[in-house]
Design a protein around this ligand. Sequence first.
Ligand code: FAD
Length: 716
Amino acid sequence: MKKIGLLVLIALLAAGFFYFDLHQLLTLSGLKSGLVQFEEWRSASPILVGGVFLLMYVLVTALSLPGAAIMTLAAGALFGLGWGLLIVSFASSIGATLAFLVSRYLLQEMVQSKFGDRLAAINQGIEKEGAFYLFTLRLVPVFPFFLINLLMGLTRIRALTFFWVSQLGMFAGTLVYVNAGTQLGQIDSLSGILSPSLLLSFVLLGVFPLVAKKSLNWLKGRRVYAGYSKPKTFDQNMIVIGAGAGGLVSAYIAAAVKAKVTLIEAHKMGGDCLNYGCIPSKALIKSAKVANQIRHAEHYGLQSSEPSFSFKQVMARVQDVVRQVEPHDSVERYTELGVNVVQGYAKLIDPWTVEIQLNEGGTQRMTARSIVLATGARPFVPKLEGLEEVGYLTSDTLWEALSKRDTPPKRLVILGGGPIGCELAQSFARLGSEVIQIERSQRLMAREDEEVSDLAEASLRQDGVSVLTSHTALRCQRDGDVKRIVVAHEGEERAIEFDELICAVGREARLEGYGLENLGIETKGTIVTNDYLETLYPNIYAAGDVAGPYQFTHVAAHQAWYAAVNALFGSLKRFRVDYRVIPWTTFIDPEVARVGLSEQEAKAKGVAYEVVRYGLDDLDRAIADGARTGFVKVLTVPGKDKILGVTIVGEHAGDLLAEFVLAMKHGLGLNKILGTIHTYPTWAEANKYAAGEWKRAHAPAKILSWLEKYHSWRRG
Ligand SMILES: Cc1cc2nc3c(=O)[nH]c(=O)nc-3n(C[C@H](O)[C@H](O)[C@H](O)COP(=O)(O)OP(=O)(O)OC[C@H]3O[C@@H](n4cnc5c(N)ncnc54)[C@H](O)[C@@H]3O)c2cc1C
């Protein structure tokens, strides 16, 4: 109601402006003809006229009415350079801020809720560089000022910042115009103001922010590198520390574009993903799935039986799989690609020098123009009383530690209900362990929508996992061979006995021991970088788990491209890392795959959305495969064929997701998916049917009713 009132007031004021022909007055000829009269009034009562003029100016700018440029000239003509400048300078900033506030009051909520996701980047930019950005817009009169006022109101810039930056930024332009106004007699048209000398001053004004920015960067650089002496020549174009996904891809790209690159790995080539993460866990998941299918073979018309197997052989297969993938990440392969691979522990000595403790003994120093830090993350181990005494495993240690057992651990506690904890819990349960999974929050995989967590929990329970959500681990105890973990749930404590405990409560970036501290490279859980993945030192980059914010192999590889290209070609062109379309999958059974927004995220961010859902119980292939659990859920912009996010739960969900990832990346909508032939009978058809659900929900009712009439008429 208040908003409507304000709108009516603005409309009345604007109508009055035109009704009383004030717009005629605010033209160059109008101003010139009335100048003598104005001057008389001004000499009679200068303060009153000055005040009225200021108010009028505020009103014109606040209402975004045409005529501010003429009024600026008039200020020069009437009040002279000093007073004219003072009046206009304040009046324009006050008016601009009022317009800004009105736009914010009337529209910000609506715009942010409709376009919140797309505005996120702008909001972030405004948060970081808003003042400078606005200053540039004010100084370089490329966009009309009234538009800047209204648009800025829709962002999250603070009103006070908007006021003072506008005041400062418009000062130079105001000076030029007020000065021109003092010679109003000689100016015949607005374009007359743009004489060659005035034009030159505008060009200078335009170039100024860019020059200022470059100079600031240059100064910042000098400050950061002060105290270090830059080598005159470098041994390498790029040094990469860490040969996980992030490091391998960075080195690969550098070698592909013929740069001289050294890749340093302290431990195992391939990093976590190959040796302790994605690959061994997926190999274990497959064995566990087969065991489960044997156990439930009656679902397929076969005879069920308890799978008999040697756990040692399952773990041996896991290692065999790792060995089969190993050549992709091997020293030999990378050497062949042109990368100099050094096996040893690297430490930053200065912004260009790295010292390596060679695995074979001795040290080596080398310099590079750029360095990429891809040192990864390690399992986070909570500070739990008694944990060290009872002993624990992590994803780093479990593969080796359990490899010699003939049977899986009898009673296995898994701490953590995130993706890694869920994958391990289900696998070990299917292989015969009594798994107790402890999670502090109310549900598993809390990053996903509640219905996804519910489905995940149901399938884990079905496989025999005791899922203890809302349970907090308090301490561990050991009595001889008996190991216990004490948990709290709704105010009550309970001790759970176990044989092995796996910590899967998250992973922390590796930040110590290799020189970040000495160089003062800032860390906040991960290495702090800018949008180009540059650290404090613009020639040192970070990629992968150590840089965050995601912890996936494919994101590490994605970041590696930006780190390598910016490191090698940044002086020509730099690229901002693009996180707009990031997919991921949790490989429990049924798989959970997601790209873009979930419903809970859309709600939290205030993004308006519509949702369609296609249940896999309806899909012919899912029925044939006996795997009908799950759904494809698509969030779209209301009334528009634009995908905001997709969650798929089901067999092969990770693979199904790829079609939506492609669609989102390239701006394709559901109509395009619906119009694409999908082989029958495949799982991929689920995507098409989800698109079909959307289409049905947006059927043009009016046209269809006309068509019905048309067909009825055709029938005669
Ligand atoms: C159980 C588990 C399952 C996972 N499953 C998946 C999955 O299915 N899909 C997925 O996308 N992701 C998965 N991940 C995550 C994935 O493994 C990581 O995101 C990925 O390995 C990150 O790669 P990175 O290059 O950043 O780091 P890493 O792979 O950790 O590599 C960093 C390397 O740097 C080396 N290093 C560190 N410091 C130095 C130094 N000073 N000098 C020399 N070398 C150094 C380390 O030895 C290490 O080899 C899983 C992780 C785990 C633990």
